[in-house]
Design a binder for this molecule. Structure first.
Ligand SMILES: *[C@@H]1O[C@H](CO)[C@@H](O)[C@H](O)[C@H]1NC(C)=O
Ligand SMILES: *[C@@H]1O[C@H](CO)[C@@H](O)[C@H](O)[C@H]1NC(C)=O
Ligand SMILES: *[C@@H]1O[C@H](CO)[C@@H](O)[C@H](O)[C@H]1NC(C)=O
Ligand SMILES: *[C@@H]1O[C@H](CO)[C@@H](O)[C@H](O)[C@H]1NC(C)=O
Length: 710
């Protein structure tokens, strides 16, 4: 071939490549830790004749789904994430590169068991003392790793009178004479303390057995080695690289220690062939199979002058990482099989009867999110497992929990009364970061209104946000209390007797059973929501609006005092129960509710509740706002494939059991409890209170109040 035809051919090749070269789309996960980096680096791909483009996801599974749907070409996953994919070959995902911190290391790390000279096989370790780094999930330290060794030596216990966690702890406690397993065992600190005082021997060899904290000298990677070499323990579950380094630095005499092998033999630590129990792979680059070749070639090209390549490396977590091509493009399953123990670590026999928590969801979208949560929870070692049960509606989910077809469901405040009436009770609450995001029910008047407190409203005109919603239920409960525990059967009659006139939108078919003055203020076209109630107040039709400040304040701005006690709203104020509070310029609430509540059947045993509660807290720690590491595998409260507030409201900051009081105002759960306890009405009998009677009651209430309060 002469030079000319060679050049022609070359040009043709280049030309073909440039027209065929669609951009390679990298999916990067935006989190509080990576956002800055992403927004600095991704624009660099923009204007150039770049072959790379950024697609931004909000968790690693989101990026994975984008690969599956063809909306991105490659992304970075943790090996645990890969397990969730490995079972599904139809996903068409291939592993192209490993992101190695040390290019020559086959794996991230390997786990070994180091034993004292006196231990010769697994039977010898029974009754000995264990040194353990701890059970809490850290960056690359997951439950599969922390529990691998004990799972191997101790058969699974399934005592139905104990939680899964307690079964595990009990197994350890019985097997070893003593141990140091410091740091939290359960995400529920109360339960954690309970277990630690019950199974004391598992903290006995810690530096501070009474504390057993994660700050203990014998906690963590180095702690477990110290525990062994200080002769506080005989058996240590540790990383091989840590061990070699530790022995070298501290000049430990290796001849005093052996490796204990999975085949029940031992070998000297001095020996250069350790026996490894389980291996942690590196993070990997995965690509859609159609693009895998191109991704692999792009990443294997020399970084040298290639700005794009350097930028990609910076995007992939750190400057120090070297992408090393896998020998072949492998499926996740084939890839993971190369790492001994890693795949099998997650396949443990389940207890019978199953402890699985059935989570009821009410839409296809919720179901899909729930299934990904299930995968994430399994590979990150959350116990018990969950399964997702889909029902037509939230109401049928509540029914499913009542009839025990499901264990839990997330209920919004407006569903709580229905839930309570079905015999369901809260197990944990979804709490927002800011108080302003809480549901806060209040009675609002104009700043210059003649009304000083809630009692004054007798005979006034009111606009409600809705009928039988949270605001209505709470206000009526307070009203019944104000009017001396009115035994009037119908809520609407209580309201009709108290206010001269009102507007209650959304009465629907109930309208025919409701006194006329309850809806006499309703104008055609009045919108039945919180802002509608304020509009009604603004137009002068009513003296007071009753609704949820969370929505009202979006229109009016903050009502009541700010944190420093100043800057009260110029136009509106809230009414308090008593005047003193009003004079101090407080925001007075009728009640407040968290964003959501997870409910269980009231007959759920305390053991099962504990198990569910700890499980949810653990999910919150792993997949919630305060996830560990750079990016979350799964985002429990964040956007799910472009949809907000799926299963959990997006303002959720964390889950907690007890909600702290705000201003001694009762939580909506107490109102719900109060309503549920009220004797059922026959419905037919309608005690129509005499107006005069009520006034009398009201006056006597005021007199009583005066007497009581001086
Ligand atoms: C290590 O320990 C063995 C036996 O305990 C002893 O024979 C040997 O001298 C020790 N080596 C060093 C370097 O101290
Ligand atoms: C709980 O058990 C009691 C007593 O057996 C029963 O009356 C009640 O209906 C049960 N509650 C639910 C929600 O199943
Ligand atoms: C009204 O509420 C107070 C405080 O919550 C309570 O002590 C009282 O018993 C209630 N009165 C009636 C009649 O329900
Ligand atoms: C979820 O988001 C997609 C994409 O924006 C949208 O088409 C769909 O209607 C949303 N689904 C729900 C239930 O909101």
């Amino acid at each position: 071939m002469d030079v000319r035809s060679f050049i022609l051919l070359l040009l043709a090749a280049l030309f073909c490549q440039s027209i065929s070269a669609e951009k390679l789309r990298i999916c990067v996960v935006e989190s509080i830790h990576t956002a800055k980096r992403i927004h600095r680096l991704c624009p660099k791909f923009g204007p150039l004749r770049s072959q790379i483009e950024c697609v931004i996801g909000n968790d690693r599974f989101n990026c994975l789904r984008r690969l599956i749907t063809g909306n991105a070409d490659f992304t970075v996953l943790e090996p645990e994430d890969l397990i969730a994919v490995a079972a599904y070959n139809e996903y068409n995902i291939l592993v192209t590169n490993e992101l190695k911190l040390f290019p020559n290391e086959k794996q991230r790390f390997e786990m070994v068991v180091i034993v004292n000279k006196n231990v010769n096989n697994r039977w010898d370790i029974k009754g000995n003392r264990l040194c353990h780094p701890g059970l809490e999930t850290e960056d690359d330290w997951t439950k599969a790793f922390s529990t691998y060794f004990e799972n191997w030596v101790i058969p699974r216990e399934c005592d139905p009178t104990k939680t899964l966690l307690e079964n595990r702890v009990m197994g350890l406690s019985n097997f070893f004479e003593a141990a140091c397993v410091a740091g939290p065992w359960s995400a529920d600190t109360v339960y954690d303390n309970k277990l630690k005082s019950k199974y004391k021997n598992l903290c006995a060899t810690c530096d501070n057995p009474a504390g057993c904290y994660s700050t203990d000298k014998y906690h963590g990677r180095e702690g477990a080695l110290l525990c062994l070499t200080d002769n506080a323990g005989d058996v240590a579950w540790v990383r091989l690289d840590d061990t070699l380094e530790f022995f070298k630095v501290n000049q430990i005499n290796k001849t005093n220690y052996n490796y204990l092998c999975p085949d029940d033999t031992t070998r000297p630590v001095g020996f250069d062939k350790p026996c490894v129990w389980i291996t942690k792979p590196w993070p990997v680059v995965v690509a859609r199979s159609e693009m895998a070749q191109r991704v692999s070639m792009f990443l294997s090209s020399l970084p040298g002058q290639n700005i794009e390549k350097q930028t990609i490396l910076q995007l992939m977590e750190s400057y120090h990482v070297t992408p090393v091509s896998t020998d072949n493009l492998e499926t996740p399953d084939d890839y993971l099989r190369r790492f001994s123990g890693f795949m099998s670590a997650n396949n443990r026999a389940n207890c019978r009867p199953s402890r699985t928590v059935q989570w009821c969801v009410a839409s296809n979208l919720e179901d899909r999110k729930c299934r990904w949560l299930r995968e994430a929870a399994i590979v990150y070692g959350v116990e018990p497992m969950i399964t997702c049960i889909q029902e037509q509606s939230k109401a049928s989910c509540l029914e499913a929990v009542r009839t025990k077809r499901a264990d839990i469901v997330v209920a919004r405040p407006e569903e709580l009364l229905d839930a309570r009436k079905k015999g369901l009770v809260p197990v944990v609450q979804a709490v927002p970061k800011k108080n302003e995001d809480l549901n806060r029910i209040a009675a609002i008047v104009k700043q210059d209104s003649r009304f000083k407190n809630l009692h004054d409203l007798k005979g006034a005109k009111a606009c409600f946000a809705g009928y039988k919603d949270v605001a209505w239920n709470s206000f009526v409960t307070i009203l019944r209390n104000l009017t001396g525990g009115s035994r009037d059967c119908s809520d609407a009659s209580v309201v009709g007797n108290f206010f001269k006139e009102s507007c209650v939108p959304g009465l629907g078919n109930d309208r025919k059973d409701v006194p006329y003055n309850v809806y006499s203020l309703c104008k055609q076209g009045r919108i039945g929501n919180d802002v509608g109630a304020v509009d009604c107040l603004d137009s002068g039709i009513a003296d007071v609006a009753i609704g949820n400040l969370k929505n009202i304040e979006k229109k009016t701005g903050s009502i009541g005092q700010s944190r420093n006690g100043h800057a009260r709203n110029k136009e509106y104020r809230t009414l308090c129960l008593n005047e003193e509070d009003a004079e101090q310029g407080k925001t007075c609430l009728i009640t407040w509710a968290t964003l959501s509540t997870i409910v269980v059947n009231e007959n759920t045993t305390s053991l099962r509740r504990e198990e569910i509660y700890s499980m949810l807290l653990e999910m919150d720690q792993l997949f919630g706002v305060s996830f560990k590491g750079q990016t979350p595998a799964f985002s429990l409260y964040g956007i799910y494939d472009f949809n907000r507030s799926v299963i959990f409201p997006e303002e959720t900051q964390h889950l907690q059991f007890d909600v702290h009081q705000i201003q001694r105002v009762q939580n909506y759960n107490e109102i719900v409890e109060n309503i549920a306890k009220r004797p059922a009405c026959s419905g037919a009998i309608k005690l129509n209170f005499d107006y005069g009677n009520t006034i009398l009651l009201y006056i006597s209430f005021r007199v009583l109040n005066k007497l009581l309060n001086g």
